[in-house]
Design a protein around this ligand. Structure first.
Ligand SMILES: CC(C)(COP(=O)(O)OP(=O)(O)OC[C@H]1O[C@@H](n2cnc3c(N)ncnc32)[C@H](O)[C@@H]1OP(=O)(O)O)[C@@H](O)C(=O)NCCC(=O)NCCS
Length: 152
């Protein structure tokens, strides 16, 4: 199926999200809204591909805030919690477009770091990260890539 006409929309804590986005990112939104260690410092950024009148084709959810410790302590991190494209719209570039937009949004919010933990067993996600310009680091035992481009 070809990708329907859509717009990429960006939402944060004070915005009303489409009902489909609320369902698609229910767990991530709940975490961002209720469990952030410092809700004053951390904000979420939710990016959706929306086809009229409100059909969400796919989206990305990330949390943005200061790193708590270590040599990068205080610097802003964008942590991608989830990226998903509806199965019928995959392999048409939407996932890559959403991740590229996430990098732009992170940069615009002052982040120099963006992290996206992706399982080794997820070749589509790894392909998308490569296309969006991410560098990858392998954790020794967890079966994850940790992926960080330099932003900004
Ligand atoms: C990961 C995901 C968001 C990608 O969305 P998408 O819109 O299909 O992404 P794109 O079309 O931009 O790119 C997909 C790439 O994956 C590649 N791909 C897909 N399935 C693949 C497979 N089994 N093996 C290798 N590459 C694969 C495609 O070939 C394409 O790369 P190419 O353009 O270099 O050929 C989508 O597959 C998805 O929603 N998966 C389920 C949720 C998930 O795993 N999210 C990531 C972790 S949170």
């Amino acid at each position: 199926m070809s990708t329907p006409d859509h717009v990429i929309r960006v939402y944060s804590n004070d915005d009303e999200l489409p009902a489909e986005a609320e369902r698609l990112f229910e767990a991530e939104l709940a975490y961002s809204r209720r469990e952030m260690p410092d809700p004053e410092a951390w904000r979420f950024v939710n990016i959706c591909a929306v086809a009229p009148p409100g059909r969400v084709l796919g989206g990305l959810h990330m949390d943005v805030g200061p790193i708590a410790f270590g040599p990068l302590g205080g610097e802003l991190l964008a942590y991608v919690e989830h990226l998903i494209v509806r199965p019928e719209h995959r392999n048409h570039g939407l996932g890559t477009a959403l991740l590229r937009r996430a990098v732009e949004e992170a940069s615009a919010r002052g982040c120099r770091h963006i992290q996206f933990n992706v399982r080794w067993s997820n070749p589509a996600a790894i392909a998308v990260c490569r296309k969006a310009g991410f560098a990858m680091t392998c954790l020794e035992d967890g079966g994850y890539f940790v992926i960080k481009p330099t932003v900004g």
